[in-house]
Ligand binder design. Structure first.
Ligand code: HEC
Length: 207
């Protein structure tokens, strides 16, 4: 009984000692609370003028707005278009655009089939003739009922999507003369099929 009481007393003393207020009781700013320290009486401060967050110094206007200094839409994609960029663009297009525009860009995506406004086909001659910067702008700022994708798709990825869009447009409107020489050759003079390929495969059809 005595040891129990002693233990309880010890515990009380230890708990009381652990409760030190020290740094809790000091002057500090609380979010959205007023503060007499500053002239305007506000505790929350704005960043100092011209502050740039790390990685957000967007000096290259052409790249980040798709427009020249005079507000003209840039005609070409302002970065090198490699196979890797095209594949990235294809992947991003299929994630972010195809639900409405369809995988081919015709405008028959699943969301449209469920009742959303059908967009103009990306193969419409007006859009085929539009400068690269126009597509970047639509993704960045939205267009009519289409929302902006600026918060979900980085500028680099937006350009990759533009590159893929161009490939899509080409795929729907390519001319024979656009093909590389070896492909034209293969179409004009197809190689004869190997001799055994012509034999009907009755066995495989399971008659
Ligand atoms: C939620 C559905 C939806 C998604 C997702 C979507 N769009 Fe659209 N988009 C539309 C609709 C609807 C229009 C037509 C708006 C109108 O004409 O009122 C449109 C229009 C456009 C236009 C044509 C503007 C013009 O001048 O006619 C382009 C280009 C375009 N979208 C590109 C994209 C790209 C690129 C993506 C992917 C990043 C994308 N859209 C994602 C619905 C969507």
């Amino acid at each position: 009984m005595r040891t129990e009481r002693a233990a309880a007393a010890l515990l009380t003393v230890m708990t009381a000692l652990a409760c030190r207020q020290d740094m809790h009781n000091q002057n500090k700013m609380k979010p959205y609370r007023s503060a007499r320290f500053f002239e305007d009486g506000q505790g929350s401060r704005l960043p100092v003028a011209d502050t740039v967050a790390r990685g957000q110094l967007r000096e290259n206007q052409l790249f980040y707005t798709g427009q020249t200094a005079d507000g003209e839409m840039v005609a070409e994609i302002p970065m090198p278009v490699t196979r890797q960029v095209l594949e990235r663009g294809q992947q991003r297009f299929n994630i972010y655009c195809a639900p409405c525009h369809g995988r081919t860009g015709e405008g028959q995506g699943m969301v449209v089939r469920r009742g959303y406004k059908r967009p103009t086909s990306l193969h419409d001659p007006r859009l085929v003739a539009s400068p690269a910067g126009y597509f970047y702008d639509v993704m960045t700022n939205g267009f009519s009922v289409m929302p902006s994708y600026a918060s979900q798709i980085t500028p680099e990825d937006r350009w990759a999507i533009v590159a893929y869009l161009r490939a899509l447009q080409l795929s729907q409107g390519a001319r024979f003369a656009d093909l590389p020489a070896e492909d034209r050759q293969a179409i004009e003079h197809p190689a004869p099929p190997p001799a055994n390929a012509a034999a009907p495969e009755h066995a495989a059809e399971g008659h």
